[in-house]
Design a protein around this ligand. Structure first.
Ligand SMILES: Cc1cc2nc3c(=O)[nH]c(=O)nc-3n(C[C@H](O)[C@H](O)[C@H](O)COP(=O)(O)OP(=O)(O)OC[C@H]3O[C@@H](n4cnc5c(N)ncnc54)[C@H](O)[C@@H]3O)c2cc1C
Length: 387
């Protein structure tokens, strides 16, 4: 049984200063009203160009981001590896729909893939699909059987960009994960990802799609994809997450009067999450599995299932992952037990990753018990070090 309460292992790579900063950050985040007012204040500061780097960079940015550039992230990558954990560089500049910004994001993501090929501490690359097309076109292409010409044209550009990223990843043999976002863009993205899987996953899983198990139709989708892959003789790279946009999904479904795509309750999400892990691990010869969660039970469940099914702990087809700055007790304790663990390390210029940081703060305020769990563990470690 893995002991996630071992704070000695969880925080071994953290200095006393790191621990104090993390404790301070989680304490601040534990006040929802503070997070609520911080968001508009930061937006106003950005609009009037009031300098905020001096306060953001040593605090929330240092807690959740690796640095402003790929090179800046090297110390973080090296340090994580000292604790047995790998890194996945995540260029976290949030989508702008300008052609120039899309091309810039494409160049940066290609750079990350090239860099990963030269750095053995980076086993995966990742991108957000909405960074590479106008969202309105993704929505039309996902829902309409008769899309307009502009959307078709935009879809073609998206297809080329995603194809280029997957091809580069294939060339370097570095797996690439495509994040999942709002359900109304997902159908078209799923089709594109499946096409690239069929093309590049013949020998092993290079291209990974993301299954958000808070959607009640994802278990069925997973099985359908499995059948397609079997028939097409390719592997499925499956990244599992619960899903980050529940409130938005429910609200839109209600406003527009269509069936809510989200599971009726948390238990149903948890049930399908475990079912998906079980299904893919039991069929591991057809899959590579990436378990992206901060949930201790889901992490323990997969670890125990791997042992039960006699899948070696360091099998390169099975990975656990958490975000940088969060749930170190899961990452480092799993790594110590010999499992493959990689953290998403977001990076980018401070002002551009602010939306990412605000979402982390809001998520930690709203995900039940997460902040108090981090605070409890950090306090425990402070006391242990004092002793
Ligand atoms: C490495 C990594 C990569 C990620 N990539 C993505 C991504 O590509 N796309 C994405 O959407 N998210 C992504 N996430 C975020 C993820 O989807 C979750 O929002 C986050 O991890 C919290 O879920 P959990 O499994 O950690 O734990 P938990 O705290 O156990 O679960 C919270 C989640 O359960 C679900 N939930 C809560 N209440 C209910 C309810 N009443 N009914 C139904 N479901 C409910 C929601 O999804 C909620 O976020 C990623 C997370 C990690 C760690």
């Amino acid at each position: 049984m893995i002991d996630f309460n071992n704070t000695n292992t969880a925080f071994a790579i953290k200095t006393d200063h790191d621990i104090r900063r993390a404790f301070f950050m989680y304490k601040v985040i534990s006040y929802p009203w503070l997070v609520k007012i911080a968001n508009p204040l930061i937006k106003i500061a950005s609009t009037i160009r009031f300098p905020i780097n001096w306060i953001v960079k040593p605090t929330v940015y240092a807690q959740f981001c690796g640095g402003e550039t790929i090179d800046d992230c090297q110390p973080v990558i090296t340090k994580l590896r000292e604790g047995g954990v790998y890194s996945i560089l995540d260029y976290s500049v949030e989508g702008s729909e300008e052609e120039s910004a899309i091309n810039q994001a494409l160049e940066e993501t290609l750079k990350v893939i090239d860099h990963a090929a030269t750095n053995e501490n980076i086993p995966f690359t990742v991108f957000k699909p909405t960074a590479f097309a106008k969202s309105s076109a993704l929505e039309v292409l996902s829902s309409s059987e008769d899309p307009d010409n502009d959307s078709l044209h935009e879809g073609e550009k998206f297809r080329k960009r995603v194809g280029k990223l997957c091809e580069r990843a294939f060339k370097h043999s570095i797996p690439i994960m495509i994040d999942a976002e709002d359900s109304w863009y997902q159908e078209f993205i799923d089709q594109e990802v499946m096409e690239n899987m069929a093309k590049y996953n013949k020998e092993k899983a290079i291209v990974f799609n993301t299954y958000q198990m808070y959607r009640h139709d994802r278990m069925e989708r997973l099985k359908k994809d499995h059948e397609t892959a079997r028939n097409g003789k390719f592997y499925i790279g499956a990244k599992f997450v619960r899903g980050a946009y529940m409130e938005k999904e429910r609200e839109r479904a209600e406003q527009m009067g269509y069936e809510d795509p989200i599971q009726p309750d948390k238990d149903a999400t948890d049930r399908d999450y475990n079912l998906a892990l079980k299904y893919t691990l039991e069929n591991i010869d057809d899959f590579a599995v990436f378990n992206g969660t901060h949930n201790e039970e889901s992490s323990r469940y997969m670890a125990e299932l791997m042992d039960e099914l006699k899948i070696p702990r360091d099998d390169n087809r099975c990975w656990f992952s958490q975000l940088y700055g969060m749930s170190d007790h899961i990452s480092f304790n799993l790594a110590k037990e010999g499992f493959n663990v990689a953290k998403y390390v977001p990076y980018g210029p401070v002002k551009y990753v602010l939306p990412y940081l605000m979402r982390r703060a809001e998520e930690n305020t709203s995900v039940k018990g997460q902040t108090s769990r981090e605070l409890k563990l950090l306090k425990q470690e402070k006391q242990r070090r004092k002793r």
